[in-house]
Design a protein around this ligand. Structure first.
Ligand code: FMN
Length: 185
């Protein structure tokens, strides 16, 4: 059965995604990066992840040429970086915001990221419009804090709240002095 593109997109928009910046360093010394939700853990031994990047995106060619990339997992306070890395202009202009450093490969690593995975390209497989980039993880930086991940679903950014947190907010509810609101009976 042929799948309509709109149906495919509508289905995929239901997949709530963690928002990452996939970054690399070009041969000319310019940085390149894009916002990506198609990032997935593959194996702990050896430590491997994958990301799917549209081959028309300039960062795809930059990663293939460099042979390395970093995946930076965004916290909810970095929502503006997600917008910046998904829209024009691309290239170095995207890096004027945020504090950036690098680890082993030379790929740009965001200091405020919840976690950063520094990777060498182990394998690249083209499927349809996208390239699946498998990364051998050579170093990992994890930010030890209570910061929450930035999420994306149904075309919107949001945050993560555990059921435990929702329950503890509910238990703080105090009825008004006038007794129970008649509308709520
Ligand atoms: C929330 C969100 C998630 C995205 N996820 C991906 C993704 O997983 N792979 C991809 O190729 N593009 C993804 N994009 C689109 C790219 O970020 C966008 O096309 C970007 O401008 C490409 O930049 P470049 O051409 O400089 O590499 C996403 C965009 C948004 C807003």
């Amino acid at each position: 059965m042929a799948i309509e593109l709109d149906t495919f997109k509508a289905g995929m928009r239901c997949l709530a995604g963690h928002v990452c910046l996939v970054t690399t360093m070009r041969g000319d010394g310019e940085r390149s990066g894009l916002t990506a939700t198609a990032v997935c853990s593959v194996s702990a031994v050896p430590p491997t992840l994958l990301c799917c990047v549209n081959r028309e995106n300039s960062t795809h060619a930059a990663v293939r040429n460099a042979g390395f990339f970093a995946v930076n997992v965004l916290g909810s306070e970095d929502r503006q970086l997600a917008d910046r890395f998904a829209t024009s202009p691309g290239g170095e202009a995207r890096f004027v915001a945020g504090l950036w450093s690098k680890n082993e490969t030379g790929a740009p690593v965001l200091d405020s990221a919840l976690a950063s995975f520094d990777c060498r390209v182990a394998q690249a497989v083209d499927v349809g419009t996208h390239g699946i980039l498998f990364g051998d993880i050579v170093s990992i930086r994890v930010r030890r804090s209570e910061a929450k991940p930035l999420l994306y679903a149904h075309g919107q950014y949001g945050g993560f709240t555990s059921f435990d947190e929702i329950r503890s907010v509910d238990s703080l509810w105090i009825p008004s002095w006038g007794g129970v609101d008649p509308d709520l009976r």
